[in-house]
Design a protein around this ligand. Sequence first.
Ligand code: 3MF
Ligand code: MG
Length: 342
Amino acid sequence: MSRFRFSVGPWNVNEGVEAFGPAVRPSIPLEEKFKKFAEIGISGVQFHDDDAVPNMNDLSEAEIIEEAKKVKALLDKYGLEAEFVAPRLWQDPHTTDGAFTSNFPEDREFAMWRAYRSCDIAKVLGTKKIVLWLAREGTLCQESKSAVENVNRLLDTVNKLLAYDPEIEVLIEPKPNEPIDRSFCPTVGHVMALGAKSIDPKRVGCVMESAHAILAGLDPANEMSFAIAMGKLGSVHFNDQNGVRYDQDKSFGAENLRSAFNQVKVLCDNNYGANGEFVGLDVKCMRTQRPGDDYQHIINSMRLVEIMEEKVDRFDNAVLQQCIDEKNYEKLELYVLELLTH
Ligand code: 3MF
Ligand code: MG
């Protein structure tokens, strides 16, 4: 049994579409996903705005709220909680040049409209957390935008959201690249700096994803630690990634067990979850997986967290202290490797 509460998004169970191939599995209705999530031990659901309210561009603000109420009733039916709402600002034709940092004012206006609607949807679903994955906030052609101007636009966006709803908390999910080449806000440090300059720093934090840290050439546990030290780790996206290549969203621990151990350890050591935070899983199922077996990556990830919790509980601080006293980190290295392999 894990000490953590787990969350996933509906997008984590998908049809297997990727850049080089179309859908290979049938779509699963939202309610069926909720039912299965509850069955396998998930207690939170992460939402994109249009996961909760499909085709929202065509709806009025009042209609969006009515649609969101139906989703809230479904969550209640399966005993699930909404963790956060994130505006999906990377698929719409309005956001080809970015959303909050597009060169085109009508696109920026569209992005704000979606972000405000995310706040409205979050209120109905019963969560205060708004996540901004700044997917296209950067450049493909570096000279096409001023980075200084656009970092200020991101700050302005955060401020507008904080002012729009005095209850919400804005969690930025940093990622250095993909789908853009160069992000304006690539790491936890950048998020912390933006938050500190906002009109209400205590309501700005981050979601740290393992794969995003690896893509930035950084250590996931240390990125999470930095946010914890600042009191700003609002959520995590546990997954794994084989080095610096395309964004893989592999099952947690599938590539690097020691890194998985250290991510779980930093959360355990710092009592993560005590304020209701979830361990979010942002994992993608392999395209080879058959319909019906396409929750396996989520089950695997939760199991890995549990296994690592057990290792963390067995980690002997007396051994650690002895190794420090002897200044013998080679000995500590072996201790950790034996712990992980036994
Ligand atoms: C991309 C991501 C995103 C975000 C999600 C919520 C599609 O690499 O990690 O998943 O996690 O949009 O912000
Ligand atoms: Mg993510």
